[in-house]
Design a protein around this ligand. Structure first.
Ligand SMILES: Cc1cc2nc3c(=O)[nH]c(=O)nc-3n(C[C@H](O)[C@H](O)[C@H](O)COP(=O)(O)O)c2cc1C
Length: 157
């Protein structure tokens, strides 16, 4: 099963998770880069507003074609109980119809993040999801173990 890990990160947690997942599964990996400045207090506020209101953003050109993969794993932080604008934009630009999809979220107050993310891929088959609070990602060895266990459930029997 050819697998692609797609991730957006602002402060590195989703990047760590995505890299761990890709290593565990021998998957390709691609970062979605938000071209809007998301650093600083004002940017933090607008980031939450953008996410909650379902606003898209400008993202850097991605290189991998989802058509080449069977399973896509989307890894991102929860923003205001929602998917990030970068992942929303990516999913609006890339067709995941007919693909198997697994979702990884970092942080704990999920709100509607899972449902809202799934709604962006109405023709995909969701096979798994994992949520890890930022705190749980601080202990890298423990976090790696937990992510590896989850990855084992994604491997074909
Ligand atoms: C704009 C913004 C909104 C956030 N909203 C939530 C939220 O609704 N629930 C939550 O549990 N964490 C929320 N967080 C915290 C992040 O999801 C958390 O710190 C995550 O681990 C960061 O991942 P990253 O390092 O990959 O960017 C928010 C962070 C930002 C920047």
């Amino acid at each position: 099963m050819k697998t692609l890990v797609i991730y957006y990160t602002r402060t590195g947690n989703a990047k760590f998770a995505a890299e761990t997942i890709a290593t565990e599964l021998g998957a390709d990996i691609e970062e979605v880069i938000d071209l809007k400045n998301r650093q600083g207090r004002l940017a933090f506020l607008s980031a939450g507003r953008d996410a909650m209101s379902g606003k898209e953003t400008e993202i850097a050109q991605t290189k991998r074609a989802t058509a080449d993969y069977d399973l896509i794993i989307i890894t991102q932080p929860v923003w205001a109980g929602s998917p990030t604008p970068a992942i929303r934009t990516y999913l609006n630009k890339n067709d995941l119809s007919g693909k198997k999809v697994a979702l990884f979220f970092t942080d704990s107050k999920l709100g509607q993040a899972i449902e809202k993310t799934k709604a962006l891929m109405p023709n995909s088959t969701f096979i798994a999801e994992l949520t890890m609070p930022a705190k749980a990602l601080e202990n890298k060895e423990e976090a790696k173990k937990k992510i590896a266990e989850w990855c084992n459930t994604l491997k074909p029997a």
